[in-house]
Design a binder for this molecule. Sequence first.
Ligand code: C2E
Ligand code: MG
Ligand code: MG
Length: 557
Amino acid sequence: MSTPTEPLRLLLLAEEPLWAALLRDCARPLADSAVLLTAPSWEAVDSLFAHDRQAVVLATPELQPAVGRCALPVILLLDAEPDNAPEGVSDWLVRDQLSSDTLRRSLRHVRERGALVASLQRLAEQDPLTGIANRQGFQALLAARLTQHGGRGLALGHLDLDTFRHVNDALGHQGGDRVILQVVHRLKQLLGADDQLARLGSDEFALLIDTRHDTGRAERIAEAIVEALAEPYWVDGESLLLGCSLGLAHARAQAGADPLMWHAHIAMRQAKGVQGCTYHVFNERINRHARSLADLESELRRALRRDELELHYQPRLDLGAGRIVGLEALVRWRHPQRGLLAPSEFVPLAEQSGLIVPLGYWVICRALRDMQTLQLRGLDPLHMAVNLSFRQFQDSQLLATLSRLIVEHGVDARWLEFELTETAVMRRNEVVRQTMDALGRLGVRFSLDDFGTGFSSFVHLNSLPIALLKIDRSFVAGMEQREENRKLVHAMINLAHNLNLEVVAEGVESEEQMALLREFGCDQVQGFLVSRPLPVDELMEYLLEACGGERAGQAPP
Ligand code: C2E
Ligand code: MG
Ligand code: MG
């Protein structure tokens, strides 16, 4: 490749010898910056100079290369001033006006025009905010890299920020932009000179990682990236945390750009199923898994449309009052072929694919509707607990939609309760907390589900608007046999009471467990001993029997 200090090569294509003589005269004063070469045909020029950035073609109309066939700038040599500007050329020169000056001007014009076209091209391939390549630019980069080294020694990373929409909602787009700049800054510091970074969408990035000399490099960089991106971001003196999901795929010889991008995307989706910052490397097993997941995902989508989901309700017994005070809504899928499916068979998939958001709204709507039904049947109001997954907090419409649904169903929000798992609330995410506060102002209560299985910091626990703590059934299960479990459950109950929280023990199956829990001062129990989760009509019978048709007036706390 030539450097800009090299002289410009003027490649002359003309049958008439007169042109050569004329141009030689004109080019003489430019000898330092340009040399004139005569070429027999366009084909000859093309084979020798096609990629020469310092070459300009000067051609008469007979020998002019076909429009679009030539990457070099072309100056057309004409016998007389044309009526219209000739097409497909950078400039033209007319014989009787030809001089050193007109030649020099024309060459300068061609050069400036070339630079302009190049910078327009760059702009079209560049993300204006960060200055890194955009999706279009990335595709060009990737294609070039794949042809360079036979498609080997390269890994593609697909990075997606998990809660970025919240950032835009909370801080406005300018704040969001500043976070993106911080993300790009962190990424750049971890990449080498032979790696490339591109912004594919608002919160999506691609990384090309050079692994020619070090096959484990991509994984090490991925690890460093997830660690670096998990650090807090600072905007206007406030800190915030973001989750990120990174998928990695290693290029295979001759496999092409499309499969590579698809594989990195699948791996990224796999990483999405895990909270916080994580990366996954694509492999065939993930691929098969992804394919069966994709099938299940479209089935689940259909199930939502066809109303194949059901809610079953498990009653919660207050030990002090000796009566049912609440229900937990548990979703089921009545699969046309596979029968009734438990949430463990489809909720994780729904979380991974984002389907949990519409599914979650379906659950809330159905629970609100059934609350109304129970009330119309003359039953006392009961607390209705609905499980919320961390992904539902990523939906920026959560607060607005919930408020609307509560009003639409004419339900007193104080009877509604959301169960969150420790990992969901312990993300210290400001947005989760703000949404919880806002819902709390509507009267909604929160409980901490599966307590003991996560890693709550008690200090933090106290700072969240949580009213109840649900001890996971794995602790309750071993209580009769193991002294250690008894102590643990007792300690959890005391801890909750010290924090002014009510305690619910989950998975109570025996009288013995119930007696111990009563002894430890546990407030409520839920489990097969009281009742299995029931479809709404069975629940109705159960409740009518349990309260013996009597109704004591209850007011929400
Ligand atoms: P969870 O919220 O901890 O729900 C309690 C689970 O324990 C339920 O399982 C319930 O059937 C089961 N269970 C209750 N009592 C007993 C007992 O005495 N012994 C035993 N062995 N098990 C008992 P299920 O219905 O399979 O739900 C599993 C999990 O799926 C739930 O755990 C919850 O995390 C999730 N889930 C259920 N419905 C929804 C939903 O609508 N949305 C979301 N995001 N998650 C849901
Ligand atoms: Mg629950
Ligand atoms: Mg639970």
